[in-house]
Ligand binder design. Structure first.
Ligand code: NHR
Ligand code: GAR
Length: 197
């Protein structure tokens, strides 16, 4: 069975969309894959509640308990690798995970580490993407699923979704419109990737 480990920091709605799609489309049968664990760097991440309700293994790894990014990432890799029977898990999925990962971590999971970023990359890497798109006068915004590399938000683009920016949009309104697109394209992009792994 190909194991999927999902990393979250907050609401976890993308994680929930992936879990629901895996159930609905019987990924265990059709793709030989399952969501093995959900790991959060924040103990109060709402997404942990949904994951527990689904009977998925959950773990919390508080980054503030570590002296350096390298030490946090080493502990995170150990935790991830625990959820794999034989070697390393097939796929590590960042879903609203808010810690930048070190090159050592990224290289360990090269080709098996993906992220969803709430902008049309290469535009608006980093944070506050929705307000920046509004401020720039963009008429369209969107979301990108990409491979994670050492350089932030720069890996190979796997999928994108586009939404209009409406007159008088706030960052919150745009974020909600983008998020509904995220829930459609992220599970689809992961299913596609699983077929090639
Ligand atoms: N790590 C690498 N190496 N490469 C990427 O492309 C990554 C990554 C880790 C996370 C998600 C990302 C996004 O989609 C992601 C992509 C957090 C920050 C950030 O600045 C930036 C980008 C992303 C996630 N985080 C602060 C930090 O110091 C903390 C901010 C906070 O806690 O709120 O790590 O946009
Ligand atoms: C999503 O919009 C995701 O693209 C974004 O945070 C939200 C998480 O929502 N990710 C980032 O901004 C990464 N820096 P969720 O927790 O409900 O999936």
């Amino acid at each position: 069975m190909k194991n999927i480990v999902i990393l979250i920091s907050g609401g976890g709605s993308n994680m929930a969309a992936i879990v629901r799609t895996a159930q609905r489309d019987s990924w265990a049968k059709t793709l030989g894959a399952r969501v093995a664990a959900v790991i959060s760097n924040k103990a109060d991440a709402k997404g942990l509640i949904f994951a527990r309700e689904q009977g998925i293994a959950t773990e919390v790894l508080d980054h503030t308990a570590f002296a350096s990014r390298e030490e946090f990432d080493t502990a995170l890799a150990q935790l991830i690798d625990r959820f794999d029977q034989s070697s390393e898990p097939v796929l590590v999925v960042l879903a609203g995970f808010m810690r930048i990962l070190t090159p050592g971590f990224v290289n360990r999971y090269a080709g098996r580490l993906v992220n969803i970023h709430p902008s049309l990359l290469p535009a608006f890497t980093g944070l506050q993407t929705h307000q920046r798109a509004i401020d720039a006068g963009c008429q369209f915004a969107g979301v990108t699923v990409h491979q994670v590399t050492a350089e932030l938000d720069h890996g190979l683009i796997l999928a994108q979704g586009v939404v209009p920016v409406l007159h008088g949009d706030t960052a919150d309104a745009l974020a909600a419109r983008v998020l509904s697109q995220e829930h459609l394209i992220y599970p689809r992009a992961i299913a596609e990737l699983l077929q090639h792994l």
